[in-house]
Design a protein around this ligand. Structure first.
Ligand code: SPV
Ligand code: MN
Length: 520
């Protein structure tokens, strides 16, 4: 199969051919032919290509520049403000079994539906072909990832959040051991948000090492490298005996001692994961997704899959989150999503200053009291409004952020949003007991996921991304621990206990010493 020549010029074609990988050519050909973009642009790791993507996102209106240098904002549509579990499905070959908790559908049916949805979906648009690495590059943690999308915002956000992977694809030497992601925002509204968000679909094809995502822009649904790759990597980790987790990685530094002890921790979305990774005086490696592998010395090593943070901006203020606040209020590359804009400045809930009474937000022109179609008041910024930055730009970035060996892990923390049962801190008696504590995690869902809050059973905070039967997943955890010569200690935390009057129990913390971890 060839890429239709009218869609790609020689310069871009040569960038693809230089990879010497027929699988890449085949994928680009297939989806160029199906999606029929007006043109194809290949993004390598050159600074010119990065600048091109940034400029395109501004030019096509997916992002708009703010007053501060490097800052832009992006809006997702009203029905596209979080991960959409209902339309995210694992494609299962005929006869295969899956736990009931995992949303799945017949593979052939799903692939057929996707072919129909993708047909000519990029008409008049540009298709970007971009290369990234999950995990540090040139490392046993790295997984090469190919992104096809008609959204410059998606490639721009991925370039902040993930390491460049064009070189990784050269090193594949023609093999097909990479993940690939096909995304289209679909038709756009005037404000550049997905018009057909009601018809979004996210289908995970484990057999093809690929994920399809259509009619959505929200990063958790659209960025291949984020939660879409997490699902593919969970399957891969099971085939290869390592762990792929919804975990932060941070360095803890005991006061007065010159040593760093690395912890990983899994908390459901918006339950304190980033705040824990950002505890004052400690260092951060990652706040969302980690791969854990066993080192030659028999210890567990963790690497951050990402190099950036797609963090919740609500309650980021100079008191609770001084480092992130400073990073978000100084010149550098930052994408703000779903915040309020007034006079080219971003505003968000809990930022520590009074918000304007009118401005522009994800609902369009906004003024205080505006309601949605159901009559509910629209807040100035969404509760799931976010910022996208590189971790390396934070003052507390750990020196091992990009270490290809990862970091040795001595502690693992599981935490949920449980208002009435789980104790504030528990240490497990053993690795299997710790696996049990992770497995019984219960938590209230949050604005990171579309729909009303509900208390769900969320093993290892990973249930939304599970693509293997739960029993298999837990057995893999038990095996991983028993294969280690030195097992990390496992803890469970709960920051969210309430008293009989519904007030949070541990509200008397001195905020200057220990910012409220119930921020997320
Ligand atoms: C989460 O919701 O767990 C996130 C953000 O980390 S998302 O990209 O939506 O997954
Ligand atoms: Mn997450």
């Amino acid at each position: 199969m060839n890429i239709p020549s009218e869609l790609i010029n020689d310069e871009n074609l040569n960038k693809l051919l230089a990879l010497n990988n027929s699988h890449v050519i085949e994928i680009v050909s297939r989806y160029a032919d199906l999606c029929r973009p007006a043109k194809i642009t290949v993004i390598t790791e050159s600074p010119e290509d990065a600048a091109y993507v940034r400029a395109k996102s501004l030019e096509n209106g997916e992002e708009t520049a703010l007053a501060m240098a490097g800052h832009t904002y992006h809006f997702d549509g009203m029905a596209d403000q979080g991960r959409d579990k209902a339309v995210t499905k694992v494609l299962i070959p005929a006869g295969a079994k899956m736990s009931r908790a995992i949303n799945s559908m017949d593979r052939d049916e799903g692939l057929k539906e996707m072919d129909e949805k993708l047909a000519r979906i990029m008409a008049g648009k540009e298709m970007f072909v971009a290369f990234f690495s999950l995990g540090p590059t040139n490392s046993r943690f790295s997984i090469a990832a190919l992104q096809l999308t008609d959204s410059a915002y998606v490639v721009h956000a991925e370039s902040l959040l993930y390491r460049q992977g064009y070189a990784e694809f050269r090193w594949l030497e023609g093999f097909n051991n990479f993940f690939h992601f096909i995304h289209s925002a679909g038709e756009l509204n005037e404000n550049r948000t997905s018009k057909n968000a009601g018809d979004k679909r996210i289908y995970i094809d484990l057999e093809g090492n690929r994920v399809f995502s259509v009619n959505t822009q929200y990063a958790g649904n659209s960025l291949g490298l984020k939660k879409l790759a997490l699902r593919l990597a969970i399957k891969k980790s099971h085939d290869e005996d390592w762990l792929c987790e919804h975990m932060f990685v941070m360095g803890a530094k005991p006061e007065g001692k010159n040593r760093t002890t690395y912890f990983t921790g899994a908390f459901p979305s918006a339950c304190g994961k980033t705040s824990t990774a950002m505890i004052p005086g400690q260092t951060i490696i990652g706040d969302d997704i980690a791969y854990l592998k066993i080192g030659a010395d028999g210890r567990a090593y963790a690497a951050n899959v990402e190099q950036g943070i797609f963090g919740i901006i609500e309650d980021v203020n100079p008191i609770d989150d001084p480092l992130i606040y400073r990073t978000l209020t100084s010149p550098r590359e930052v994408i703000f999503s779903n915040v309020l804009i007034r006079n080219d400045k971003p505003y968000w809930l809990g930022m520590g200053e009074e918000l304007p009474k009118e401005g522009l937000n994800f609902s369009g022109e906004w003024r205080e009291g505006k309601t949605d179609e159901a009559g509910n008041e629209i807040k100035p910024a969404h509760k799931n409004a976010r910022y996208t930055i590189r971790i390396g730009e934070l003052e507390n970035a750990d020196p091992n952020l990009d270490n290809p060996e990862g970091v040795p892990v001595d502690g693992i923390i599981y935490g949920g949003r449980d208002y009435d049962v789980s104790p504030p801190v528990v240490e497990s008696l053993s690795w299997p007991h710790g696996v049990f504590m992770g497995a019984i995690l219960e938590s209230e869902t949050t604005a990171a996921i579309l729909g009303k809050p509900e208390k769900v059973h969320n093993p290892m905070a990973n249930i939304d991304f599970m693509v293997v039967p739960l029993g298999t997943y837990l057995k893999n955890h038990l095996k991983f621990g028993s294969d280690l010569d030195r097992q990390p200690k496992i803890f469970a935390t709960n920051y969210f206990l309430k008293d009989a009057d519904g007030k949070f129990l541990n509200q008397k913390v001195d905020k200057k010493v220990w910012p409220d971890p119930r921020r997320v």
